[in-house]
Design a protein around this ligand. Structure first.
Ligand code: ATP
Length: 637
């Protein structure tokens, strides 16, 4: 049991003699993690298992890691399982002799086909026992299943399922459904991997149960190095062999960025006005760019001339924009072997030659777009160059990156444009430029450092990029992107749909969703119908262990985290009920939104990319009345 205090990663790896990791060892690990409450304990348990694999059967580490986050390949490749429940039910019936109606009713009752599969399997007598499953075998089968369709899918599921022992059946079926339910997200996984590495390095000089305490600084440093490398090279097939072979300090160099692999984008901090911008930047050399309201796009071209387009979330959006691919040679000034540009794609009115609102872009089809059928034309506004001809530019200052951008690329009317920019340190000019950007159908400005502190900070919400939105006069300065975790049934005109919802921010440190407000404003009847239909598919029997809320907020239905909404509010206040950012501003109280109003669905953000607890705390603290209050308190002190 890898959650045990006295677990020894080498001595307790009972498969050591065979050096092939049994699937059961992973399933048991998942089982104990599922029963564990605290995140640190979960990470510790997973790290014990990973450490055993590193020591005993290192070539199984890649599939072990993928299976732990239920992926079959790097996320950006978009290889997904999500096998229909009915297909799985049929395979379970065939393997266990149960009838379909029974499996269906049990699933309805428990809300978990994985558990039903496990129970059906356990109570079944076998004539002979098939060979035990191993991790690599299961992983390869899952990849095969993802790639084929029709009857063969069910046959492959059946083949593995009949060989499942105890909890293997539960996790195999859950993997196929696409929901593992152990609550390990990417950040915990990377921490577990880093912890395992440190445990492995010190197994001979320290008692295993003491390593986490004794070497906590080394674990923190290793985690940081691993996360940094992963944000520029989000591919475990590359990262894992490198951590096994090289010193962790070399990881970033050994796993360089490369066209075709999305980078985590640099993000901006909100501000509430021109004054705040100048308070921050002082006399530093800055530039203001129009802030276009569309969809972020990282456009990559590799040495083979293949183009890929990635979203803000690192999803592969290439198939959504065949029109951009077709015209991608047009904006090159001369021969270019490879590049990565950062840009915003906006909807474009071809006749009037002007930018259209974001809502128009969101009507564009997402998948398998046929170039002949495209109705919404787009224009790309380029604002950065991160890589050119085999050379990374992220450590060069923006002024240099911009110079290279202008050297290698050119504008094409209505297709490729450079973000309209003004380099100025004059407050009035910035104010005027902001007004012009709004007239030009933009959201406001992005203000960026040009020379000093002006590198491209991968995956970071940086103080060197400030956003100045047109409605900055409102007290809060920015909208929030929140996850819907619960629904309250509507009354009166809203009967039959949800009339209100419980929203949460995401705490990246503890990987939990913290309630921040109830919302019932800003919805049209049509919005409510659409939300009820969508969320109805994500109802779960009870709150997840990683939801933090007060029992007085108990909704009629809980939802698994599935959608992000952009929300505006009048202000943020301390709350005895809500749990957002609890422990950051106040030890006992969280933060809640006053007068929240629904703006739109944010399809381009995953739930883990929702507004983070620290951002909520910053927004709360930068409100004028809070700042003034703090000043008064300090003076009185
Ligand atoms: P987050 O700050 O979490 O990304 P968000 O997606 O709501 O939240 P915004 O507040 O809209 O982000 O501000 C940053 C986004 O603005 C970028 O991700 C990018 O998509 C867009 N953008 C438009 N024009 C520019 C520009 N000139 N420079 C940088 N980003 C720009």
């Amino acid at each position: 049991d890898p959650s045990n205090e006295s677990y020894h990663p080498l001595k307790n790896a009972y498969w050591a003699a065979k050096a092939v990791t049994p699937y059961l060892a992973l399933a048991r690990t998942f089982q104990v993690i599922e029963e564990t409450k605290g995140r640190l304990k979960m990470i510790d348990t997973l790290s014990n298992f990973f450490c055993s694999v590193m020591l005993v059967s290192p070539s199984d580490l890649v599939p072990s890691v993928y299976l732990s986050i239920n992926q079959l390949a790097p996320a950006y490749e978009g290889l997904e399982l999500g096998v229909a429940e009915t297909t799985l039910m049929k395979a379970i019936c065939k393997a266990t002799g149960r009838n379909l109606a029974h499996i269906k009713s049990q699933t309805h009752l428990t809300g978990d086909l994985g558990i039903v599969a496990e129970q059906s399997r356990v109570s079944q007598r076998m004539m002979f026992q098939p060979a035990p499953l191993n991790i690599r075998g299961v992983f390869n089968k899952l990849r095969e299943i993802a790639k084929i369709s029709g009857q063969t899918k069910m046959t492959l599921v059946y083949d593995v399922f009949v060989a499942c022992r105890s909890s293997e059946a539960r996790f195999f079926i859950r993997s196929l459904i696409g929901k593992l339910r152990i609550g390990i997200a990417e950040q915990s996984l990377l921490t577990a991997l880093a912890t395992a590495l440190v445990k492995k390095n010190h197994i001979n000089d320290c008692k295993p149960s003491k390593i986490v305490d004794v070497y906590k600084d080394e674990i923190a440093e290793t985690t940081l190095l691993l996360k940094t490398a992963y944000s520029q090279c989000p591919n475990y097939d590359i990262i894992i062999p490198a951590i096994l072979k090289y010193d962790i300090k070399e990881l970033q160099e050994r796993c360089p960025m490369h066209p075709g692999m999305p980078l985590r984008p640099m993000l901006a901090q909100p501000t509430k006005g021109v004054h705040e911008v100048f308070e921050r930047f002082g006399s530093m050399h800055i530039t203001c760019e129009w802030k276009y309201d569309g969809e972020r796009a990282q456009i990559h071209c590799n040495e083979q001339g293949e183009i890929s387009i990635f979203s803000r979330n690192s999803e592969n959006n290439t198939a959504k924009y065949p029109d951009l691919i077709a015209r991608s040679k047009g904006f090159l000034k001369g021969p270019v072997q490879s590049y990565i540009i950062d840009s915003e794609i906006v909807a474009w009115d071809v006749e009037r030659k002007q930018i259209l609102p974001f809502q128009v872009l969101s009507t564009r089809k997402r998948k398998n777009v046929d170039i002949e059928e495209i109705k919404v034309q787009v224009c790309v506004y380029i604002f950065d160059l991160l890589y050119i001809n085999g050379k990374t530019l992220v450590t060069s200052p923006l002024a240099e990156r911009r110079k290279l951008l202008l050297e290698h690329f050119q504008e094409v009317e209505g297709e490729w444009k450079f973000a309209t920019a003004l380099d100025t340190n004059d407050m009035d000019e910035v104010q005027q430029f902001l007004e012009e950007s709004v007239k030009g159908n933009c959201e406001g400005l992005m203000v960026k450092t040009l020379d000093e502190e002006a590198t491209y900070e991968i995956a970071k919400r940086s103080r060197n990029w400030l956003k100045l939105k047109k409605d900055y006069l409102s007290n809060v300065g920015d909208s929030l992107d929140l996850v819907v975790i619960g629904g309250y049934k509507g009354k009166g005109r809203r009967t039959g749909t949800y009339g209100g919802f419980l929203l949460a921010c995401y705490d990246t440190e503890n990987e939990e969703y913290q309630s921040i407000c109830k919302i019932g404003t800003g919805f049209t009847d049509e919005d409510l119908r659409i939300h009820s239909e969508f969320l109805g598919k994500h109802v779960i029997p009870s709150a997840k262990s990683y939801f933090r809320y007060d029992s007085s907020l108990e909704p009629d239905h809980w939802f698994e985290p599935a959608q992000v909404w952009e929300v505006k509010c009048a202000d943020l206040s301390l709350s005895p009920i809500h749990r957002a950012a609890i422990g950051i501003v106040d030890t006992e109280r969280g933060i809640s939104l006053r007068f929240p109003r629904f703006i739109r669905i944010r399809d381009d953000k995953s739930c883990e990319n929702a507004t983070d607890a620290h951002q909520v705390a910053n927004m709360y603290q930068s409100q004028d009345q809070v700042k003034n209050n703090q000043k008064t308190c300090t003076q009185m002190d």
